[in-house]
Design a protein around this ligand. Structure first.
Ligand SMILES: [Zn+2]
Length: 263
C-alpha cells in the first residue's frame, strides 16, 4: 500500500543527502524524522541508513509521498564507489559547514575525507566534535591541511594506487606522532580537528619533501621518531633502509664535530 502524499513538499538542493532532504520534508510537514519514516512505512531507525543504499520500494514510497520523480530520490544517495573511494567516504557525518547546517542541510561532499571547504558557500568545514576554541587553530596548519586535502583528492581520483599509497604513508606517520591508532582512512575522517588537520598537513609535507628526510630534518632521529618511522614504513623495508642510511650519514657527519667541540 502506498503512503499518502505529504501535504507539503520541498525541493532538494544539488548535492543534498537523502537523509537531509527527508529531515527537511519532515520539518515542512510538522513532524520529526522517525514519524516521517513511519508514515512512509520505511522500517529503519535513521534516515542516514538510506544515504548509501536505498531499495527500489523505498524510492517509490518516498517519491510518491514527496511528489517527485524516483530518479530525484536516487540522485540524493551515493552512487556505487570503488573500494578506494569508499574507504575515504564517511558512513556518518564527521564534519559540516556551520552556515549550511543552520539551514538544515547536510551535503554529500562533506563526507569525503578530502572535503575541506563547503562547495556551496566556501566556508571551511569544521569537525562535528570541534572544540569551542577551534578558531585558535593556526592559519599555517589550516593552509597546509587544505593543500594536503587537495592532494588527497587528486590521489584518490588518480588511476594508479601510487599517489594514494604515498599520501596514506604520510598519514600513518602523522598518526604515529600523535599516538593515534587505527586505520589511516579513519584518522582522515576523524571528528576531532587536531587529528584530521595534522594528518592532512602531513600529506602536503610528504609531497614537498621526501617524508623520511622531512622527518629526520624536523625532529632528529631520536628513539621516538624511529618508532614512528618503523610504524609508517613497516611494509616497505627498502624505504626504511633508506631512512636508516640517511640517519647514519647524518650521525657520521655530526660525529667528528661533536668530538671536536668536546676537545
Ligand atoms: Zn556551506
Amino acid at each position: 500500500m502506498k503512503p499518502h502524499p505529504l501535504p507539503k513538499t520541498v525541493a532538494p538542493i544539488p548535492d543534498e543527502l537523502l537523509s537531509s532532504w527527508l529531515s527537511r520534508l519532515a520539518a515542512a510537514n510538522y513532524c520529526d524524522d522517525a514519524e516521517l519514516l513511519a508514515h512512509l512505512k520505511i522500517d529503519i531507525a535513521h534516515g542516514t541508513a538510506l544515504d548509501f543504499s536505498v531499495d527500489a520500494v523505498a524510492v517509490e514510497k518516498i517519491a510518491n509521498a514527496a511528489r517527485v520523480d524516483p530518479d530525484v530520490v536516487r540522485s540524493l544517495t551515493f552512487p556505487a564507489m570503488t573500494p578506494r573511494e569508499a574507504s575515504l567516504t564517511a558512513q556518518m557525518p564527521f564534519q559540516h559547514c556551520l552556515q549550511c547546517s543552520r539551514e538544515g542541510l547536510l551535503l554529500r561532499h562533506w563526507r569525503r575525507a578530502w572535503a575541506f571547504d563547503c562547495q556551496v558557500c566556501r566556508t571551511r568545514l569544521v569537525q562535528t566534535l570541534g572544540q569551542p576554541g577551534e578558531e585558535q587553530i593556526s592559519e599555517k596548519l589550516i593552509y597546509r591541511a587544505r593543500c594536503g586535502a587537495g592532494m588527497l583528492e587528486h590521489a584518490a581520483r588518480s588511476r594508479g594506487p601510487k599517489q594514494l599509497r604515498r599520501a596514506m604513508r604520510a598519514v600513518t606517520f602523522a598518526m604515529s606522532l600523535k599516538t593515534f591508532r587505527g586505520d589511516p582512512s579513519f584518522a582522515l575522517q576523524n571528528p576531532r580537528s587536531e587529528v584530521r588537520l595534522f594528518c592532512l598537513a602531513a600529506i602536503a609535507a610528504a609531497r614537498s619533501r621526501p617524508l623520511a628526510k622531512a622527518a629526520i630534518v624536523s625532529s632528529g632521529i631520536d628513539d621516538y621518531a624511529r618508532v614512528a618511522l618503523l610504524r609508517a614504513f613497516d611494509k616497505e623495508p627498502r624505504l626504511l633502509a633508506a631512512v636508516d642510511h640517511i640517519a647514519q650519514r647524518r650521525a657520521r657527519s655530526a660525529g667528528p664535530m661533536t668530538a671536536e667541540s668536546r676537545n
